[in-house]
Design a protein around this ligand. Structure first.
Ligand code: SF4
Length: 496
């Protein structure tokens, strides 16, 4: 499908493209061209008149000729609100146009952002009524009932697990990024460098990280900041040696009293990085939650995606963690990995059933621009959208039947089937960090390579981000000045 867009599109190209991407198949494209004399065109018009924003779309494509129109009352004359409303109305009309043109339906309506639950929370604070929020999502955002109920279930659960979710802004959480893994998985765009070839660089990185922990730790202490949660991610933190892991935890524990932190998680995603010594160190420092990520229990797929560990190793390391009484383990699976169908998913879920982890995060494969799999898409056998939807539905039903409920959700650009990633857990085993981070309810201070600090000021709605360099060498060389800058920004939002 090639669509020529004409009319008043100039200011809203991005919205038009975002909605188009929901429907886009491999060779589809849109071309913005008011000069085109092609007969197959889509014409956009919008106007603000008598306190209403109105958008009209006229479609003349092949044998299809129709007109879609929508108008909405302007409740605020502030420029920002006005622009936001115009964007919404354009997206609304455009989605309906494309649904009619292609015959496809999109359950997420005009929501293209990554945090639909954040919008739900915002509307809930405004309206104080689940019914009203559901009505708004259906009426203004065209969400289908299944997604509305999913969001409602998640939001209710989050508020029962963290009753003070809306008043955590004076505390902070900490994220520590360790940018190393044994090898790079083909779908990965995280800062993850193969650790074995980098021993010298690892030592430099660790020195820089210790410095950053000291500077931020001192700030936390001096400003009397309470830490709600701590999360070690990356990369795979357990790629480090037992001593290196121990030293980081010791350094952090010097500044932060772990007993007052509600949750500490360490990603041990790659089973080939887990050892008895490392798990014992985590236990020693009181870490109760880890994540061991099989992604799939098919050896063939693991080999294709370059994970270089075996299915047996995943099971063996999981049992080892259990033996050491680590009682809150998450496992990640990815739907839509190359060559996989419902058969492989069922096999993976059968294995999960035997292991019985406390939480299970089900991702849909995302084609991120920088990943190997995206750059070489032709090399991989990927199933179609309908199959993916079936697999997602299967996993939803499976989790329900096995006592797992959804507690956080996010979407990514270029996800297979325009679906979502969902974190499920057994009761009282939700990851608090995941909820806090996804809903952006408090500042998260990111330390280490590629870690992004998200600043959520206690007295304003405007959030901002401060990314640390992804490349360990750049991070190492600049850590001191970057951290001093970060502390200045933290002071601005908390102390001034
Ligand atoms: S284990 Fe995770 S962080 Fe490491 S390369 Fe694979 S996907 Fe990336």
């Amino acid at each position: 499908m090639k669509l020529i867009i004409k009319g008043e599109y100039e200011l809203y190209k991005r919205e038009i493209e975002l909605i188009f991407n929901l429907f886009k198949e491999e060779d589809d494209e849109i071309i913005f061209n008011n000069q085109s004399d092609d007969k197959n065109t889509i014409n956009f018009l919008y106007q603000i008149k008598d306190g209403f924003v109105q958008t009209d779309v006229e479609v003349n494509v092949d044998e299809k000729h129709f007109f879609v129109s929508h108008k909405r009352k302007l409740t605020d004359t502030n420029d920002k609100t006005k622009k936001k409303l115009i964007k919404q109305v354009i997206s609304f009309v455009w989605l309906q146009t494309l649904e009619r043109l292609t015959g496809k339906k999109h359950d997420w309506g005009i929501l293209t952002g990554i945090r639909p639950t954040k919008l739900y929370h915002k509307l809930l604070v405004q309206t104080k009524s689940y019914d009203k929020v559901n009505e708004i999502l259906k009426r203004d955002y065209l969400l289908k009932q299944n997604k509305i109920l999913l969001l409602q279930e998640i939001v209710k659960r989050q508020l029962s697990v963290i009753p003070d979710l809306y008043s955590l802004k004076n505390e902070v959480s900490i994220y520590i990024g360790i940018p190393y893994c044994p090898t790079k998985c083909s779908y990965c765009t995280f800062p993850a460098y193969a650790i074995n070839r980098k021993q010298g660089a690892v030592l430099d990185f660790l020195q820089a990280l210790h410095l950053e922990i000291d500077l931020i730790g001192k700030w936390l202490k001096e400003s009397n900041k309470k830490v709600t949660t701590i999360y070690f991610g990356g990369g795979t933190p357990t790629s480090l040696s037992p001593n290196q892991l121990n030293d980081i935890l010791k350094k952090l524990a010097y500044w932060v009293d772990f007993h007052t932190v509600r949750e500490i998680t360490v990603e041990a995603g790659r089973p080939d990085t887990i050892s008895k010594e490392k798990l014992a160190i985590l236990k020693k420092w009181g870490i109760k939650r880890i994540s061991i990520n099989p992604q799939t229990f098919s050896q063939r797929t693991l080999d294709i995606i370059g994970r270089k560990h075996t299915v047996e190793e995943t099971i063996e390391k999981f049992m080892l963690a259990r033996k050491l009484q680590i009682n809150n383990i998450n496992m990640d699976l990815i739907i839509g990995l190359p060559g996989e169908t419902l058969v492989e998913l069922i096999n993976s879920l059968n294995q999960i059933e035997k292991l019985n982890p406390e939480s299970l995060t089900i991702h849909t494969l995302a084609f991120k621009r920088a990943s190997y799999i995206t750059k070489n898409r032709g090399e991989f056998e990927i199933i179609n959208r309908d199959e993916i939807v079936k697999m997602m539905e299967y996993s939803r039903n499976w989790t329900k039947e096995h006592g797992y409920s959804p507690y956080y959700l996010y979407r990514q650009k270029n996800m297979l089937g325009n679906l979502e990633n969902i974190g499920y857990s057994k009761e009282n085993n939700e990851s608090l960090y995941n909820i806090i981070s996804m809903e952006e309810v408090q500042t998260i201070i990111g330390l280490g390579s590629g870690a992004v600090s998200k600043l959520v000021p206690p007295n304003s709605e405007t959030t901002s981000r401060i990314p640390n360099p992804k490349e360990p060498k750049v991070y190492t060389e600049n850590v001191k000045e970057l951290t001093i800058k970060k502390i200045k920004e933290l002071n601005k939002i908390f102390l001034e």
